[in-house]
Design a protein around this ligand. Structure first.
Ligand code: PEP
Length: 248
């Protein structure tokens, strides 16, 4: 059985004070959660959020990391720095990073390898654009992103990962993929993992859906056999919405 995992990607939102307030309000509302919950605030808020969830089952993730340990990479943060804060997860290859910050399949793969080396669990994001979907290329795009992200990983390493299917046209647009379409792509991802690792790993890897997940669509998404959770953007900034999603 795969335990569902619901992560909130706060993106470039919430000051440290706002982050603290959000977490303090959220914790009592999700204390009986039956899913794994991961909060991904900005780097600046990681320490405070980590302190506030200390005695709970809530985990903390970063939204990105560099693949080098240290060096002349102005403005970047390394996995080693995240480890010092005892962060457990890291989002890698979010479409906004690919679109605005020149993230490529190759850098995604390097970051995934580095995160695994440090025992950080990568949440690897993949997804197609609307144009690619309309051209019937969704399967080839998404599976090639998975293949590139997992390049040269061992069976054991692949078993640690979380993959998030996030169709780019559904992120922050209010448009959700139908639960059937989302499930179909997640099944393609699982098939691809099955080609790259053994069947046991493919059956156990957790695949999230992301893209305008809200309290009113989470249940139907989670009923799909290949969807094991959600990566939530906008709705993770609102305590009532995120807690309703977690407690679906
Ligand atoms: C995201 O950015 O990962 C995301 C899914 O955003 P939203 O839920 O706002 O569509």
């Amino acid at each position: 059985m795969r335990k569902p995992i619901i992560a909130g990607n706060w993106k470039m939102n919430n000051t440290i004070e706002q982050s603290k307030r959000l977490v303090k309000e959220l914790i009592p509302l999700i204390k009986d959660a039956k899913v794994d919950v991961v909060l991904c605030p900005s780097y600046l808020s990681l320490q405070e959020v980590k302190n506030l969830v200390k005695d709970t089952s809530v985990k903390v993730g970063a939204q990105n990391m560099h693949f080098e340990k240290s060096g002349a990479y102005t403005g970047e943060v390394s996995g080693e720095m995240l480890k010092e804060l005892e962060i457990e997860y890291v989002i890698i290859g979010h479409s906004e990073r690919r679109q605005y910050f020149n993230e490529t399949d190759e850098t995604v793969n390097r970051k995934v390898k580095k995160a695994l080396e440090l025992n950080l669990i990568p949440i690897i994001c993949v997804g197609e654009t609307l144009e690619e979907r309309e051209q019937g290329k969704a399967r080839s795009i998404v599976t090639s992103q998975v293949e590139a992200a997992l390049k040269d990983l061992s069976n054991k390493e692949i078993a640690q990962l979380v993959i998030a299917y996030e169709p780019i046209w559904a992120i922050g647009t209010g448009k959700t993929a139908s639960s059937q379409d989302a499930n179909e792509v997640c099944s393609w991802i699982r098939d691809k993992v099955n080609q790259l690792a053994d069947v046991h790993v493919a059956q156990n890897i957790r695949i999230q859906y992301g893209g305008s997940v809200k309290p009113n669509n989470i249940k139907e998404l989670m009923e799909q056999p290949h969807i094991d959770g959600a990566l939530v953007g906008g709705a993770s900034l609102k305590v009532d919405q995120f807690s309703a999603i977690v407690n679906y």
